[in-house]
Design a protein around this ligand. Structure first.
Ligand SMILES: Nc1ncnc2c1ncn2[C@@H]1O[C@H](COP(=O)(O)OP(=O)(O)OP(=O)(O)O)[C@@H](O)[C@H]1O
Length: 266
């Protein structure tokens, strides 16, 4: 309890974000804070060299002191670099100054599926959901071919720009060889643990959940009684059985290609 309080106090004191207008590395002018995650603080910034708006991620001071914090930050930039020709933000720069460690990356100016569903009330039927899933499975298969597991394929981390999908936030991504990453807090929710395991099936599980979010966007409750997704959603039996396998309720798929094949055969 005391440790948690102390950690919270440290974060408040040391991890205060930079204010708009602050210049970093004599190059990046902070515009606004986009988010404060567990490892990093993410900003929109103006790159004075290129005059472009970019995303700047700063490792929290409290995390910069830990090997795990530094390692995960370096790995994020390594993975972005390894995926340069894929629909992910381009890695623009990595640097360190007396303040902290930073990653500069392309700003993906589009809408996340979280925005589309909850802000814009966009709805998706089965056909549209399958089309989006197929595109995402294609992207995910390329990550897996390179031995990379994203581990956080959720609606806020998938952006639609000009009708194309782009995956962001590689903060939790890791290599299949990083087996030690599997050690997680045993208090974590079982669903979260399934998404975080260092294996291909974790991303397929996450995409199964992603599909449920899309399908629920067009769901109108019929009764006050809470039912399971299988009872509530009006979807075809073959699609239901594919989702059950993605969600590891039945024999799981072991590759994105197998899920694509199954979806194409509906
Ligand atoms: N390259 C990018 N282009 C556009 N928006 C981005 C980009 N990277 C991050 N964002 C947005 O910035 C915000 C913060 O991103 P960040 O990666 O820090 O995630 P987070 O959810 O706040 O933290 P965590 O690291 O715990 O996942 C999110 O709203 C995300 O949509």
């Amino acid at each position: 309890m005391i440790t948690e309080l102390w950690k919270g106090l440290q974060r408040t004191l040391w991890d205060r974000p930079f204010k708009a207008g602050h210049l970093i590395h004599e190059r990046y002018r902070i515009q606004e804070v986009l988010g404060m995650g567990s490892y990093g603080i993410t900003y929109l910034a103006l790159d004075r060299h290129t005059e472009e708006i970019i995303v700047l991620k700063q490792l929290r001071h409290t995390k910069a002191k830990t090997t795990a914090g530094l390692f995960s930050f370096q790995r994020e930039s390594q993975i972005l670099e390894a995926l340069q020709h894929h629909p992910v933000p381009k890695l623009l720069n990595t640097f360190q100054d007396e303040q902290s460690h930073f990653i500069a990356m392309e700003w993906i100016k589009g809408e996340t599926f979280e925005d589309l569903i909850f802000r814009d009330n966009q709805t998706y039927n089965e056909k549209e959901t399958i089309a989006i899933l197929l595109e995402l499975l294609n992207i995910t298969e390329h990550f897996h071919e390179k031995g990379i597991i994203h581990r956080d394929l959720r609606i806020p981390n998938i952006i639609q720009r000009d009708n194309k999908l782009i995956v962001i936030d590689f903060g939790l991504a890791c290599y299949l060889l990083d087996k030690h990453e599997e050690i997680e807090d045993s208090n974590d929710h079982p669903e979260k643990l399934r998404m975080r395991a260092v294996k291909v099936e974790s991303d397929l599980f996450a995409l199964g959940h992603f599909a449920l979010f899309l399908l629920y966007s067009s769901y109108v409750p019929q009764s006050k009684k809470e039912l399971s997704w299988e009872e509530e959603l009006e979807i075809s039996l073959p699609f239901k059985s594919i989702l059950r396998r993605m969600l590891q309720l039945d024999e799981p798929f072991h590759s994105a290609i197998d899920v694509q094949k199954a979806l194409r055969s509906i």
